[in-house]
Design a protein around this ligand. Structure first.
Ligand code: ATP
Ligand code: MG
Length: 567
């Protein structure tokens, strides 16, 4: 490809809101152009990278035995109503207006409903199972805050796969195959990834892993135990028990007047105690039943953990009315002492002494509260997020790292098949819901994560696997016939070998051309100039190394092929 015949609109200025390195560099290198908030055009160079990632994904999915199909972006809302996800997705689900579309059309944020309808229609017998389908298709999610360029957009490309099984053993086997396929995909894309245990979220399921790329632009966090015993998403990370600090003297329980002070910060400032001396009392509605969660004042309840502990389908904070009905006080004055409700205490609460908490009386708190003495805690569990001060269940320190979620695999179980009656006849002739797995990859995030992971001050440094071109030939002195002839011959011979190569044939200063080459990040650069040709050589440089090597033009092809092979 000749630069002058291609379209690489590199730019100097980036908009102020582009703070992530990948966002800035994708604009500067002419890879993307914003169309609307959360929607981007992939310009030719950017599209090549996306296509390269897609090709790797497709090859590995096929290798893992998944079968490709293509489902529409427009779905009838009725299917989403069958699974209860119109409500669960809330504002994220994009609804089309009734005109010119039929009433109740939504744009798919994911395709469980559509694929489950296919399973319901065609997969009737255990003989049809197991089967895994996949597609590479545009998804729509009305993200509240589309940000960081293509890392979080409202329209994005996902590889989504779904598997159907007669039993759990079969699901486990496919899950493992997909997991291995994911490892190969990220490895071939050159991404430094980690696999973490993940929460499967409100859509259920009993096992889930996320594939993460550690970098500062990431919106997610992973929590790793120093002894290697665990690596999990922040949502999932287990917290080890907090030691009992002991206490010389248990104070007497005493009510104090705290007029208008209802938050942890207000009360701790007023009573001159630390947030960690307070017990935070939160009233929830779990599948319609009232449940009270207790955590230390400086800790946060992890609702996913609480919901899982309760085995509840839905969990939300109770309304002000419900809270007042349970506590007999205004919101902000709830406490466990004398409370008649099911109480789940976080483990850290069980080792508190002389604590402060709400009095279940508007404008009052109690001090000198001692668990067990002043209230009972029949149920204690790990129901919170870890903090820097915590340890893993094995007792090791925890490291927190920001990361980008590039993929996710779930064991779904029968959530969708049961809701949509996707059943099959097992060997005994009994009708059962199919057991499902689902597996997603954010293709755009692979591109951005690669930039985040490898860029430097001069620009992008593509990993070989997804680079838009593997080689850039920078022709200096383009008006010199010998230079252009050597450069063109190299270009043609590399192309013949199947190597994607870009020849910068622009009539511009060397410094300008080198800057652009660094910015767009092609892994291998060959420089052909009049001076070095007079010495019978051209220059070879890798984007990820400083060394410049002089090689003979007729040795260049073998040399470059070797380097491309090394990745
Ligand atoms: P997140 O937590 O980042 O919102 P998610 O867990 O909701 O993502 P999944 O439903 O697991 O996303 O989708 C599968 C993959 O699709 C994710 O692992 C991610 O790589 C990608 N993805 C999800 N949402 C977006 C988005 N708004 N923009 C770009 N890629 C996305
Ligand atoms: Mg996810």
């Amino acid at each position: 490809m000749l630069w002058t015949k291609y379209f690489i609109p590199t730019v100097k200025e980036v908009p102020a809101e582009a703070t992530a390195a990948s966002h800035q560099l994708m604009i500067r290198a002419g890879l993307i152009r914003q169309v609307a908030a959360g929607a981007y055009t992939y310009l030719p160079l950017g599209y090549r990278v996306l296509q390269n990632a897609t090709a790797i994904i497709r090859e590995e999915m096929n290798r893992a035995g998944a079968i490709e199909l293509h489902m529409p972006a427009m779905h009838p809302i009725e299917w989403w109503e069958e699974t209860g996800r119109v409500e669960a997705m809330g504002d994220t689900l994009v609804h089309l207006s009734d005109k010119p579309f039929r009433k109740g059309t939504v744009l798919g944020p994911t395709h469980e409903e559509v694929i489950t309808e296919i399973a319901r229609a065609y997969l009737k017998s255990h003989k049809h199972l197991p089967v895994a389908f996949y597609q590479i298709q545009t998804k729509f999610r009305d993200e509240a805050r589309p940000k960081s360029g293509v890392l979080r957009t409202r329209e994005f490309l996902m590889k989504d796969a779904y598997s159907f099984h007669a039993d759990k053993v079969s699901l486990d086997r496919t899950y493992e195959e997909m997991y291995q396929a994911y490892c190969r995909i990220y490895q071939r894309c050159g991404l430094p990834y980690q696999v973490v245990e993940a929460d499967s979220g409100p859509i259920g399921g009993d096992a889930s892993h996320e594939f993460m790329v550690v970098c500062d632009a990431g919106e997610d966090q992973l929590v790793r135990a120093a002894d290697g015993s665990s690596n999990a998403s922040l949502e999932r990370a287990a917290v080890g028990p907090v030691d009992d600090p002991g206490c010389d003297e248990l104070q007497a329980l005493q009510e104090v007047h705290t007029p208008g002070l209802s938050t942890i910060d207000q009360v701790s400032a007023f009573l001159k105690c630390r947030p960690e001396d307070m017990i935070k009392t939160l009233v929830y509605s779990a599948d319609g039943a009232c449940v009270v969660a207790l955590v230390r004042g400086d800790h946060e309840v992890n609702e996913a953990k609480l919901r899982r502990y309760l085995g509840a389908k839905s969990l939300q904070l109770a309304s002000a009315k419900e809270i007042e009905a349970v506590t007999g006080a205004a919101v902000g004055y709830a406490g466990p002492v004398g409370l008649k409700a099911r109480i789940i205490a976080d483990q850290a609460v069980t080792v508190m002494h002389n604590a402060v908490t709400g009095a279940n009386k508007t404008d009052y708190h109690v001090i000198g509260v001692n668990p067990d003495r002043d209230f009972e805690m029949p149920e204690s569990a790990d129901i919170r997020y870890p903090t820097q001060a915590d340890r893993s269940p094995s007792g090791a320190p925890l490291f927190f790292e920001k990361c980008i979620e590039v993929g996710h695999v779930f064991k779904l179980g029968t959530k969708y098949s049961a809701a949509m009656s996707a059943t099959f006849a097992n060997e005994a002739g009994e009708i059962k819901p199919m057991i499902m797995g689902c597996y997603g990859i954010g293709v755009n995030r692979i591109v951005a994560a690669a930039i985040e992971a490898f860029h430097d001050g001069a620009g992008i440094r593509w990993p070989m696997g997804i680079a838009p071109f593997k080689v850039i030939i920078v022709a200096l002195d383009v008006r010199d016939e010998q230079v252009m002839q050597t450069a063109s011959t190299l270009h043609d011979r590399l192309e013949k070998q199947g190597i994607e190569v870009l020849l910068d044939d622009r009539d511009a200063r060397p410094g300008f051309k080198f800057k652009d080459a660094d910015l767009i990040g092609i892994p291998i650069r060959l420089t052909v100039g009049r001076k070095s040709l007079a010495d019978g050589v051209i220059e070879f440089k890798r984007r990820d190394a400083d060394e410049v090597r002089k090689i003979k033009p007729d040795e260049a092809i073998a040399f470059v092929m070797d380097e491309v092979g090394r990745g």
